[in-house]
Write a protein that binds this ligand. Sequence first.
Ligand SMILES: Cc1ncc(COP(=O)(O)O)c(C=O)c1O
Length: 385
Amino acid sequence: MEAGSWIRRMFEEGVVLKQQYGEENVFDLSLGNPITEPPAEFHQELRKLVENPLPGMHRYMENAGYTETRTAVAEYLSTESGINFTKDDIIMTCSAAGALNIVLKTILNQEDEVIIFAPYFPEFINYIENHDGIAKVLPTDEQFIPRLDVLETAIGPRTKAVLINSPNNPSGAVYNDNFLHQLGEILNNKEKEYGKQIFLINDEAYRKLTYDGQESPQVWPYYQQNIVIASYSKDLAIPGERIGYVAAHPDIKQHDELVAGFIHCNRIMGFVNAPALMQHVVRRLQGVTVSTIEYQRKRDFLYDHLTEMGYSMVKPRGTFYLFPKSPLEDDVALVQELREWRVLTVPGQSFGSPGYFRISYCTDDRTLEGSLAGFRKVAQKFNLG
Ligand SMILES: Cc1ncc(COP(=O)(O)O)c(C=O)c1O
């Protein structure tokens, strides 16, 4: 609990500081909680449903979710990927967090290894350990792309899955087609070498949040033992509504048994089914996304100012985070320095990457603009630029 609670701790410190100094004097860049409102289409669908309720729309349903919603997702994925998905490949879930947990519970035996790459979303460790798995953490390169040479030697007889996250929280890296192609080849070879199935799980919670006119490539063409974790939390700015899904490659080995496992785990882990109202809403919002132009503008604003002050960072191609190098070796000390100026960020060590810190910019312009003074004071104190 102690190790993994930095994001929440900074957020909660922000609440206390706001009471002390006033809301307008605290610049909270800690939590990835979008202040953007959902797109107009979301409200239209919600209104339609409230004004013309469907019979039985609040009742229990199949644990996999509504057939109509699963079919709509499958049709959307088929059009996007050129691969023929059906509703039987889709399970509606309590967002990406629920999706990851039902997948890991289904596939993991005690002490099976799941490979992840630092920096990683801290909950990955908790979710893997929830189901008695072991998280094996491997490095990324200086652009935050997983080191495939290290992966190749790290996969062993206990490896059950490789869990990637692109676009990546916290680095903002987006893995390209060439990377996914090579990853697929390594995994295919390792499956043959060990004579066992190795899953590739891609957490695509930020899939639609990419910038500079580039999209996040799909994993489907490169590997068949692939399971995608999807979420509407960031796409539609509705993280409180808890809606997402699991999609399994139609040609994955033991397909029906796996999908039956996911559905069973959705039930027995106590989720039962994804929220009914949201399943009705997202059914008609396939392909609808919040404006990424706004996020890109905010990214550019902070990136330009911080690099001009002397902070060093890779320009992120997706998500709504920046992950600069900490000017102090001790990233916790750096976060405390910024806190003195009421700028709240998260130390890199909570993402498995000490020596960095995370800035979340899915907040209002006033907060971003207000944070600059604190960033500048700290840059001056440590002679950056
Ligand atoms: C990489 C990653 N995966 C999963 C989640 C969980 O998202 P959801 O709200 O869809 O459960 C988050 C949330 O921040 C995330 O950053």
